[in-house]
Design a protein around this ligand. Structure first.
Ligand code: SF4
Length: 660
């Protein structure tokens, strides 16, 4: 378990600027002249005061509204002692598992322990519990009886309704019920957490107890809570029905055992219904019964405006891990410390990805001025973060959606589509790359900046769209690629790409050609690094063989293959567990056996000797012995002949048999 509080005590020094970070101990509260906190944030990640870390950006967002916020990072979870170092907060405790779901953070697609925790000092893997939101919430209840608990972060957000847990291979109820939290904030939390905090401050100031005040907050967008017996309609929703303005989802009891076809169908219906209520412009409240209780979800929060995004990123972040870590390496921080987030959200709606569900479909961009202010802040912090003028990334969930919007707000508010780019690019999408080109130019011309890389994934079907799409590829190749550029075609087979909600492979090939031309014109030798997913719903063994043949024919040797992980609430997870595509309600092929998943992955690593045994097994299983051999069309060589020693041993054994 964690001993970071002890570490903080040991490393404390009187020379430190104790007011630079949000307080983590009494000394830092004293430095700010605070006798108590309004809000305490408990997080499963190390405390890094950088806007890419959830606890930091939420803490700073509240600080900007005059709230006194403290942070306890990665506390021990056997006893509540480390939660108590700053006393009970006046309004509520905010609990987050961290930037990743704690199960995904700990276990691989093969359900094996990961070698490193990206969000912990020195990558230590025992710094947070499994299901951290639930464990911390229980701990907070012990530490602070009577103080409301608010869950936030991606783990809570994506487990807010009944969901499938891949690592447990089980359907779980809403995390609100398991954690017994008073409120859950889903999606990007700044707007709802500010509204909750400000209303709580007023209500508690007027004499209500924090619990009473929290209980009265029933209408905040982007929040969910539990209705107890008698608080919701007694009428039993036996089928998925739209009940006035509230969409009633199938109850937990209908879904928890997915062994039968009816339960699977209901689970798929739930996934579908949920997806169609994620646009804040027209999404309705959801209600999902669990026994005598029900989880009620308000519609999603509205996206942040440009001014609100700027305000958030203008907060006085130190841009470093808390000094108490004594310079320990925090892997995720090392990855992002020289990068800048320009926007959030994604209108791609890929089936395997939950960014759209969590960050929203509307793109929320910062202004150029705000981004340039951050570049200058990085230069001022150069010594602390080792910044030498090379920006490692300028982007967000996608490299090239900066400031792209629907044609009008009115159309966007009314839209019920799940993606702006699938099955084709929507005619209402403004695909102008002009704002991004202008931003790229201004940042690379900023005094003191030597290189600006774009490492976020490029949405290649958009890259040549609009009047300035071609120019984007040219500038990307000439100025912003350091030899290799990551793109994610994911598969080659149209049927599979349809299930993934990705563009056809032709779009990737067109981009690859244009990127190669642009690199030649810039006099640079550089390559695309394509990413692929194995084991995705819809992909059969034959499809994986087709993909391996496609790769081999083009001399492509992927080094990174993502074995599909069914994370909570994605559309692909729903397909994985039910065998039904929730959008069409038709059957879909799935790979659920771990060995089978390995075979799928091994085919894409056909070039790597380490995977040849598994690839041969896959080919034998598919009846494709023709692809095992030494000819030009073979994917893998035949198994090596038995070594001479072994043959000698075999002969000796034969001899023994003969003598008997
Ligand atoms: S109308 Fe088209 S561009 Fe606008 S939000 Fe809907 S899908 Fe996206």
């Amino acid at each position: 378990m964690s001993g970071f509080v002890q570490l903080r005590r040991d490393k404390r020094s009187p020379q430190r600027d104790l007011g630079a970070f949000l307080p983590t101990c009494r000394a830092e509260m004293d430095a700010r002249g605070w006798s108590e906190l309004d809000v305490l944030i408990v997080t499963g990640d190390a405390y890094v005061d950088h806007p890419s870390f959830g606890a930091a950006i939420i803490g700073r967002a509240l600080e900007q509204r005059g709230l006194r916020v403290g942070v306890v990072a990665q506390p021990r979870w056997d006893v509540p002692d480390e939660l108590l170092v700053m006393g009970a907060p006046r309004l509520f405790v905010g609990v987050t598992a961290g930037n990743m779901d704690s199960m995904l953070n700990r276990l691989t697609a093969q359900k094996k322990l990961r070698s490193e925790d990206q969000y912990s000092p020195d990558g230590k893997i025992d710094s947070r519990p499994n299901r951290a939101s639930i464990v911390y919430a229980n701990l907070c209840r012990q530490a602070f009886p009577g103080v409301p608990i608010v869950l936030g972060g991606i783990e809570a957000s994506l487990r807010r309704i009944v969901h499938y847990d891949y690592w447990e291979d089980h359907v779980r109820r809403s995390i609100l019920l398991d954690s017994k939290a008073d409120l859950l904030i889903f999606g990007m939390g700044e707007r709802p957490v500010r509204e909750v905090s400000e209303r709580m401050r007023a209500l508690v100031g007027s004499g209500l107890s924090p619990r009473e005040a929290m209980k009265s907050l029933r209408d905040v967008r982007g929040t969910a809570f539990v209705l107890r017996k008698g608080e919701w309609e007694s009428r039993e929703p036996s089928r998925y029905v739209r009940d006035g303005q509230v969409v009633i989802l199938p109850r937990f009891e209908e879904l928890r055992d997915l062994s039968g076809p009816e339960a699977k169908r209901r689970f798929a219906e739930m996934s579908r219904a949920f997806q169609f209520e994620t646009n804040p412009g027209n999404g309705r409240p959801l209600l999902q019964p669990h026994g005598h209780e029900a989880v009620y979800l308000n519609p999603p929060a509205f996206p942040l405006t440009e001014a609100e995004m700027d305000e958030l990123y203008d907060a006085p972040y130190t841009r470093t891990p808390h000094w108490s870590y004594g310079g320990a390496r925090i892997p995720a921080f090392e990855t992002i410390k020289h990068s800048i987030v320009t926007m959030r959200g994604c209108f791609g709606g890929c089936a395997f990805c939950s960014i759209t569900e969590h960050e929203g479909r509307a793109i929320q961009s910062r202004s150029e001025e705000s981004i340039l202010r951050e570049v200058r802040a990085m230069q001022r912090a150069a010594d602390a973060i080792g910044f030498k003028g090379v920006l490692s990334d300028l982007g967000g969930p996608t490299a090239n959606m900066y400031k792209m919007t629907c044609r009008t707000d009115e159309i966007e508010r009314a839209c019920r589509k799940l993606s702006c780019v699938h099955p084709g690019i929507c005619e209402n999408l403004v695909t102008d790359h002009g704002p991004l080109l202008s931003l790229m130019k201004r940042v690379r011309e900023e005094p003191g900046i030597k290189r600006v890389m774009i490492a976020s994934g490029v949405r290649y079907d958009l890259a040549d769209q609009g009047v300035r799409g071609g120019k984007f590829i040219e500038d990307l190749a000439r100025h912003h690629t350091g030899g290799q550029l990551s793109v994610a075609p994911e598969h080659n087979e149209d049927r599979v790409l349809q299930k993934m909600k990705k563009p056809g492979i032709g779009a990737y090939e067109r981009f690859a050609e244009r990127f190669a031309c642009a690199s030649d014109a810039a006099g640079k030798e550089q390559y695309l690094v394509p990413y692929f997913i194995s084991g995705h719903p819809g992909s059969t063994l034959a499809d994986m063989i087709s993909l391996a043949q496609y790769l081999k024919a083009r001399g492509m040797r992927p080094r990174q293959v993502q074995d599909f992980i069914p994370t909570p609430m994605s559309m692909a997870t729903s397909m994985h567990v039910t065998g039904i595509d929730p959008l069409t309600m038709t059957a879909v092929h799935t790979v659920t056996d771990l060995r089978e998943k390995k075979l799928h992955k091994a085919l894409l690593l056909y070039w790597d000797q380490e995977h040849h045994d598994l690839a041969r097994e896959a080919l034998r299983k598919a009846g494709r012995l023709d692809l095992i051999g030494t000819g030009p069309s073979a994917l893998v060589p035949p198994p090596p002949r038995a070594a001479p020693v072994a043959r000698a041993g075999a002969k000796a054994r034969e001899g023994l048999r003969g003598r008997r």
